[in-house]
Design a protein around this ligand. Structure first.
Ligand code: NAD
Length: 420
């Protein structure tokens, strides 16, 4: 269940960053609340002929730097506050990576595993019917998130095109390639985090070879990051999903785990070559990098002290609470913060939007090398701020983002400008 104060906790990170820079008070005032959050009830026809209602939201947190951008989550525990927090993080993330976007997010409170495929399609189309006035290629551009995928984005783009009476592929990213998606989008979130970790290996004090990696959450982000780390010879020592967790100090059989997921089974049902462990023990396994890739608030004051990894790679959004952060910093664990570490997804979503608008499509090499350049450039900038100001990489990333957000907000005139 999401923490009801999750937005307040997220905003404390911004306040912490603001203490290290000189910015106009307008900036924090503007970022204190979301610009707009729309809540609707989606009513769909179920396969048995009955009708069922689902709560759904779309939030546009801030659009100073451009149209709002952010995924749509289908999850039974989603709330308005969670959506607004995720939209706030998107605002900051797009500023860290210097994408010409503000931040948005959406969700449907639903357990998608309880729906048939046809019901899932009706729900996805109903979402776009409800929010067609708030989304748009120059207004608010959704993408996949937890329990949504390329096929769902394709249904949504199709529904939007029917409503507008013309094709508008740039309204949504993460689409199937055959429907205007970008090559390289599928693994982009994981790839961004992977590039960042590899780029900083020496500075992070990680062994260049024989890296041991644990992955919490084995969906899009988790599966791809495991595959990418394996490609450089790393061992995947533990993984988990909503069905449980498995561990092998000598390395799990990743192909068996991926095959089980592809067949719709949990990691615990795979022929993984290790042993099942209680899911809460995953973050405490002996490894070099632990990559939370599931939900928010997974590392907190109750378990942060048990983390044995040297580095936490935040592929999930908000997996560490502020108290958890403090404990990890005291232990000397380096956290690669979500707003930089998982920004590969929105970066390649941006590339997809650019390609849709140009009607000109890039090669995989072009996508990956542009992603690498952005992640490494912004990673270096964040690292330099952390060194210069003696702050964590998270605070440094917020400072970096705040500089760009402030420049945009202050360009409309500051308090000093209007009062003088
Ligand atoms: N997909 C993207 O492009 C993208 C981009 C940026 C950030 N993220 C973030 O990454 C995280 C994962 O997103 P995704 O797209 O990979 O979702 P996904 O739906 O593909 O996978 C989520 C995974 O988490 C697992 N999970 C759920 N609850 C869990 C729990 N309590 N313990 C362990 N595992 C659990 C699920 O079983 C599933 O394997 C989210 O925080 C999301 O916001 C995703």
């Amino acid at each position: 269940m999401p923490n009801p104060n999750i937005l307040d906790a997220a905003l404390t990170r911004l306040d912490e960053a603001a203490r290290h820079v000189q910015i106009d008070s307008d900036v924090l005032e503007k970022l204190k609340y979301p610009r707009e959050t729309m809540k609707v009830r989606l009513l769909i026809r179920m396969d048995d002929g009955s009708r069922k209602s689902f709560l759904a939201w779309r939030c546009r947190y801030d659009d100073t730097r451009g149209p709002t951008k952010g995924g749509i989550r289908f999850h039974p525990a989603s709330t308005a506050e969670e959506v607004e927090t995720l939209a706030f993080w998107m605002t900051v993330k797009c500023a860290v990576t210097n994408l010409p976007y503000g931040g948005g997010k959406g969700a449907v409170q639903v357990d998608p595993k309880s729906l048939s495929k046809a019901e899932l399609e009706r729900l996805s189309r109903a979402y776009v019917q409800a929010f067609a006035g708030i989304i748009g290629p120059d207004r608010d551009i959704p993408a996949p998130d937890v329990y949504t995928n390329a096929m769902i984005m394709g249904w949504m783009a199709d529904e939007y095109a029917s409503i507008q009476g013309e094709a508008a592929p740039a309204v949504i990213t993460g689409k199937p390639i055959a429907l205007g998606g970008s090559v390289g989008r599928e693994d982009a979130t994981a790839r961004g985090g992977f590039y960042l970790t590899c780029h900083l290996t020496e500075r992070l004090g990680l062994p260049p070879e024989g890296l041991r990696v644990a992955v919490q959450g084995f969906g899009n982000a988790g599966q791809h990051v495991a595959r990418l780390f394996r490609s450089i010879g790393a061992k995947i020592v533990a993984v988990s999903d909503s069905g449980g967790a498995v561990h092998a100090a000598s390395g799990l059989d990743l192909d068996a785990l991926l095959a089980a997921k592809a067949a719709g089974r949990s990691v615990v049902q795979a022929d993984h070559g290790g042993k099942a462990i209680p899911p809460e023990e995953l973050i405490a396994v002996d490894c070099d990098v632990v990559a939370p890739s599931a939900m928010e608030d997974m590392i907190h004051d109750g378990n942060a002290a048990s983390v044995r990894a040297r580095v936490v790679l935040e592929l999930a959004n908000g997996p560490i609470t502020p108290e958890g952060d403090r404990i990890l910093a005291d232990k000397g664990v380096v956290v690669l913060p979500d707003i930089l570490a998982n920004a590969g997804g929105v970066t390649v979503s941006y590339f997809e939007w650019v390609q849709n608008r140009q009607g000109f499509y890039w090669t995989l090499d072009e996508v990956q090398s542009r992603l690498k350049t952005i992640i490494e450039t912004e990673g270096d900038a964040v690292w330099a701020i952390a060194e210069d100001k003696g702050v964590t990489l998270r605070t440094a990333a917020y400072i970096h983002a705040l500089g760009r957000l402030a420049a945009a907000i202050e360009a409309h005139g500051t308090q000093q400008f209007f009062a003088s």
